[in-house]
Design a protein around this ligand. Sequence first.
Ligand SMILES: Cc1cc2nc3c(=O)[nH]c(=O)nc-3n(C[C@H](O)[C@H](O)[C@H](O)COP(=O)(O)O)c2cc1C
Length: 321
Amino acid sequence: MNLFLAPIQGMTMACYRNAFARIFGGIDAYYTPFIATADMKKASHLLLKDLLPERNDPAVKIVPQLLSNNGTDFRLFSSAIVDMGYNEINWNIGCPFPMVTNKKKGSGILPYADMIKKFLDIACADSSYTLTVKMRLGLDDPEDGMRVIKVLNEYPLGGVIIHARTGIQMYTGNVDLDSFETLASACKHEVTYNGDIFTYADFMRISLRFPSIKNFMLGRGALRDPFLPSVIKGQMIPSANKISMVRHFHDEIFNYYKNILSGEKHLCDKMKEFWVYMSVHTDKDGRLMKKIKKCHTTADYLEVVNQILHSSSVWSDSPLT
Ligand SMILES: Cc1cc2nc3c(=O)[nH]c(=O)nc-3n(C[C@H](O)[C@H](O)[C@H](O)COP(=O)(O)O)c2cc1C
């Protein structure tokens, strides 16, 4: 069984992935947040900086992700990525945000199976990388997803990750396990399940329902509870170690952004995103999160972080998972 960390734009960047792998582990491959392809001549190599080998721990398996509906741009970006030493590229056809979907990108391309075919004719003509796909059930109708799966079956892909929601659902409502099952059984590629695995019990329920699925991708669940992947893999982490691991993780990310962001306010704002996920377990009544939102200086911010980590019994007394 393989566990993958889902891409979360703004969060799972190189420093986060490196620290997560070193401190918590349990993840077999880390998918990067998408990079939108553009005309390569105009595109700055800065776009690819998160993938630079010097930023990524060589012991951590990374799968770069591209967002595109243009096979030629995709090929050019992919070849720059292959030159950096990567051999798998993931194509995002799941992003649900209207500014993306309105351009027939992300899940906005799912109703257009003919566009997907045209794209894959070009993207799959280069054998220097393995192409994998991350999709949703459809833009607004799982029937779209079914047509897409039929197209995907015609190409030599390395696998298909299915987030069991439609695009218009964004991140709300329930995952639709019946539609996932229909798509997964029609797919001839190796399928990865993705969506709403927040606890060990969620993982057990979903993995027991789909015994033939061997790959699971965790996003928000792993960001909220970074011990979850290891626990799913059967590793028990001594409760006494948990707070110091969370502190170590926090400090690595904090120090990284402290060095690259200018101004304490920017740093505090960036770290608020970190706590949006972490605070789900560490600050159930939201009191400390409210304080974090008000911080404009690092001194104030670090004081609240100390309060969170001192007052939080969640990691030490009651293993979540
Ligand atoms: C803030 C945010 C940013 C995301 N960014 C990406 C992205 O760049 N690429 C991608 O394929 N999915 C992205 N996703 C979707 C996740 O990878 C994942 O598919 C989704 O959250 C469902 O999995 P989960 O329930 O385990 O979180 C993002 C999700 C969120 C909430």
